[in-house]
Design a protein around this ligand. Structure first.
Ligand code: AMP
Ligand code: ZN
Length: 468
């Protein structure tokens, strides 16, 4: 197994991935459900999906937890604006989020919600008060005391001393960086009872509580978009390490923004493209391919052309897979030429380069280039040499690629072998009808197959097919 390196935001350097029991515990910060999920969220969530899939392919068990923030100022405001309850708002957009994750084939093992973890959050806050890391303000709000955690600022390289927003900003806080663990109730807001009076949790405490509850006091990967490094993750780290008294997370991973006209796509800037609309327009395969076409630490700008390009790139890879499958169907040969052996070696090299790039901080962009070079070998060499061994190795390469990218599941799914046989038989019947000049019937078969998403590729002396 080649060594896997990940870029740790903590310390800003590449580190060798090393975990216990071959198991990777991952927590990704999920959405605040007050509006439709947009393609910016899609990029971040698919990036972690590709990492998880690659790690699984390399033999790790991956457990991914991603929260749903269902209590927040923005949800409360949306409920007021639309004259509904906060629960109604949260349910509507949680459903949109979950539907989109399913459609995008993003695997998440657990989706804890803040509203069902209040008891655990209260215990966490009480623990921080007991240890002298938090204080109760006269309003009944509880704040984390950043001066009680000397390592505050290490993750985001933020210097506490340089921060001074003046008395006005402080209000009831002792230090401008202190943040609310518990927010005292204001009329018109939902509330829960607590030892400090009615109120609701602040934002950061939910992730510390739920990550620790489900992944243990120390876990491997914690991530989200880059906007979360400060203050969210800095604050999560401060409260978690203060409570448990040791290092909380091994690798902090952050995904760069999806932008539109160079600006971060975000609900507050009103420049979003809802994920469900993008899925309707381009489909999950094209979106996944496009999200992964740039490295997760480089920003990705929305542009219609690059999505169209992603679409044709997938088509090209599907063509290569259909050629390779066809060579395999033809069966073994009794002889392989020197050229065949040379080509086999080239194919093996491409696959191993693909893996090297993926192991180098999940460099999907360069890994993708290697898979296109593999397709090139299929078009320029295997297509003519019809070498079974070369084709089998290439198919394995495409499978490894698809395990991560998930852009040709129909073409490469294992349960599909019997379907392959059925379609082969139908096409044989169609060809017999054509030979007998019964074109009405043969055309009927072609269009029925087309309706089912199967494209027949006729050449001079044989017909092959592939999924569209
Ligand atoms: P939010 O709903 O804004 O709390 O975001 C949920 C997750 O999506 C966080 O990990 C964000 O960092 C990420 N995210 C939000 N907008 C973008 C964007 N434009 N590009 C990449 N990730 C984003
Ligand atoms: Zn979080």
């Amino acid at each position: 197994m080649n060594m896997i390196q990940v870029f740790n935001t903590f310390g800003r350097r590449l580190e060798e991935l090393s975990v216990e029991n071959n198991t990777i515990k991952m927590y990704v910060c999920g959405p605040t459900v007050y509006d439709y999920l947009h393609i910016g969220h899609g990029r971040t969530f698919v990036a972690f999906d590709a990492m998880s899939r690659y790690l699984r392919l390399k033999g790790y068990n991956v457990i991914r937890v991603q929260n749903i923030t269902d209590i927040d100022d923005k949800i409360i405001n949306k409920a007021k604006e639309t004259n509904t309850s906060w629960e109604e708002v949260a349910n509507t957009y949680s459903k949109d989020y979950l539907d989109n994750m399913n459609a995008l084939k993003v695997k998440i093992d657990l989706h804890p919600r803040v509203s069902t973890h209040i008891k655990e959050i209260l215990e966490f806050i009480q623990g921080l008060i007991d240890k002298g890391h938090a204080y109760v303000a006269p309003s009944g709000s509880v704040y984390f005391d950043v001066t009680s955690f000397p390592k505050y600022g290490e993750l985001s390289n933020t210097k506490m001393e340089e921060w001074n927003q003046g008395e006005e900003f402080l209000k009831e806080k002792k230090h401008p960086f202190d943040f609310a663990l518990w927010k005292a109730w204001k009329p018109g807001e939902p509330y829960w009872d607590s030892p400090w009076g009615k109120g609701r949790p602040g934002w950061h405490i939910e992730c510390s509580t739920m990550a620790t509850r489900y992944l243990g006091e120390q876990f491997d990967i914690h991530g989200g978009g880059m906007d979360l490094i400060f203050p969210h993750h800095e604050n999560e780290r401060a409260q978690s390490e203060s409570l448990i008294g040791k290092k909380w997370v091994k690798y902090w991973i952050h995904v760069a923004f999806l932008t539109i006209n160079g600006e971060k796509m975000s609900k507050s800037l009103k420049n979003i493209i809802p994920l469900k609309e993008a899925l309707k327009e381009y489909g999950a395969e094209v979106l996944r391919y496009w999200f992964l076409s740039s490295h997760y630490r480089s920003s990705l700008d929305f542009n219609e052309n690059s999505l169209q390009q992603s679409k044709s790139s997938i088509e090209r890879l599907k063509d290569a897979v259909s050629i390779v499958k066809d060579i395999i169907k033809e069966g073994p040969k009794s002889y392989a030429s020197d050229d065949d052996i040379k080509t086999q070696k080239e194919i093996i090299t491409k696959i191993s380069e693909y893996n090297e790039f993926m192991s180098n901080d999940f460099d999907t962009s360069n890994a993708l280039a290697k898979i296109h070079e593999l397709a090139n070998i299929v078009f320029t060499k295997l297509q003519y040499s019809r070498d079974l061994l070369g084709a089998s190795i290439a198919l394995e390469g495409f499978r490894q690629f698809n395990e991560v990218f998930g852009v040709m599941d129909k073409e490469l799914g294992e349960a599909l072998e019997s379907i392959d046989k059925i379609i082969d038989t139908v096409i044989e019947i169609r060809n017999t009808l054509r030979n007998k000049k019964m074109y009405d019937l043969s055309d009927q078969i072609r269009s029925a197959l087309a309706d089912a998403g199967i494209k027949i590729l006729d050449s001079k002396d044989k017909s092959t097919w592939r999924f569209q």
